[in-house]
Design a protein around this ligand. Structure first.
Ligand code: SF4
Length: 406
């Protein structure tokens, strides 16, 4: 036995040592150029307007830095990562190339920690891990490098307080998303803690209907089979509700769901009881909010088409694409490989679908066009820069050469 600490969540003080590698792996000179030009670049009839907040958020910056620091700190040790550090395939692949072994989630949503030994180091991702997984790894005695984002920890505190005070945590989120699984699991810190996850307003309405009229419980049990705590009883467990949300949901929808739940509790139990039966806290993180606000501003400034860059399983990227698609043709691309400038095609994941489609002639051949560009919180600048370069190339413009000639 040694007295070596086994739990770290405040960095190793190696930021200077890894800064060069981070810049090399994720920096984009083209993105910096756009920033210096007020986020707009126009060349020969093509204007790219970049949202003023996009890409890596503070939580992702911290998680990626911390993973690089862990590699530097423990060069001889086997390092594991629980799932993905963030939802970006390039960042995860980069960590793999540094010898970090990713423990993939099974179809059932579980992790197999059978290979982890007490000599190893395990990185916990920015979304956090469930309480059960945290306890299992703690029992192994390995070094834990916890990169869980502070904004996620805030949601955990809120949900834990609901469970402590006898409130069911109603979480606006995706029940299969790592962050929401981890958040929901916080109720297990208190005996009898309960949760229910609703994905959107339509699902929230089903719950609200039941609160108000008490009908259709069989349908609810079936619909929310995977989205409730074990032993959840719709008739017993919807009398006191605390609302929280996955940090990356659409903020307007989260607020509307909270208001709807409150309205239903008041309809059932009366206004006088509302304070005792309903609690709510907006747990959308400021980075998500800033990126959504910036997209709305970009749309208002006027764009003809939007390109949204980020992992297809990235919740916040999907929401940015949905906001754009309400106003202009919007293309959610994972990276620059989705754009073929010679064929003049773009391959993208259509909003609300899991499938990719290829669209030809997505940019007009010669007419002036303004393309709005944004990226999810897990997308590195280097990927944003590559996509912008190919947007210009689709119109035959070599952006680096064009800038050099100015
Ligand atoms: S999106 Fe928000 S909660 Fe998630 S890592 Fe970034 S700052 Fe943290």
């Amino acid at each position: 036995m040694t007295d070596e600490p086994t739990y770290f969540r405040k960095g190793f003080g190696l930021k200077d040592a890894i800064q060069g590698a981070l810049t090399e792996d994720y920096h984009s000179a083209l993105v910096e150029e756009l920033r210096s030009r007020g986020y707009v670049l126009s060349i020969d009839g093509v204007t790219v307007r970049l949202a003023k907040e996009f890409g890596f958020c503070y939580g992702v910056d911290r998680a990626v830095e911390y993973a690089y620091e862990a590699r530097r700190k423990f060069p001889e040790r086997k390092i594991w990562l629980v799932g993905e550090i963030i939802h970006n395939p390039h960042v995860n692949a980069k960590l793999s190339s540094m010898g970090v072994v990713i423990i993939r989630r099974s179809e059932e949503g579980t992790f197999d920690f059978g290979g982890v030994t007490s000599d190893d180091v395990v990185i916990l991702p920015a979304f956090g891990v469930t309480k059960a997984d945290f306890d299992r790894l703690g029992a192994v005695g390995c070094v834990l490098v916890d990169t869980t984002c502070g904004s996620v920890l805030n949601v955990w505190k809120r949900v834990e307080s609901y469970a402590r005070d006898g409130f069911t945590a109603l979480i606006h989120g995706k029940h299969f998303h790592e962050e929401t699984k981890a958040t929901a699991s916080q109720v297990t810190k208190h005996p009898g803690g309960r949760y229910l996850v609703v994905r959107d307003m339509a699902e929230a309405r089903l719950v609200c209907e039941f609160i108000e009229h008490g009908q259709g419980v069989e349908h609810l049990r079936e619909r929310f089979l995977k989205a409730v705590s074990p032993g959840f009883d719709f008739e017993r467990d919807l009398a006191h509700i605390g609302v929280a949300n996955q940090t990356t949901m659409l903020s307007g929808e989260s607020l509307a769901i909270a208001a709807e739940v409150r309205r239903s509790l008041v309809a059932r139990y009366g206004e006088a009881d509302a304070a005792e039966r309903f609690r709510s806290f907006d747990t959308i993180c400021s980075a998500t909010q800033d990126r959504q606000d910036a997209v709305l501003r970009m749309l208002e400034e006027g764009i003809d088409v939007a390109v949204v860059i980020g992992g297809y399983n990235s919740s916040n990227t999907n929401h940015l694409a949905a906001l754009c698609a309400e106003r202009v043709p919007a293309y959610h691309v994972e990276d620059a490989a989705c754009i073929d400038p010679l064929a003049r095609t773009i391959r993208h994941k259509a909003v609300g679908s899991q499938d990719q489609v290829v669209v030809a002639n997505w940019l007009p051949a010669s007419a002036p066009v303004t393309v709005g560009v944004t990226a999810g919180a897990s997308t590195p600048n280097v990927k944003v820069g590559e996509v912008i370069g190919l947007i210009f190339q689709t119109r035959g413009i070599e952006v680096t050469a064009a800038l050099a000639g100015r």
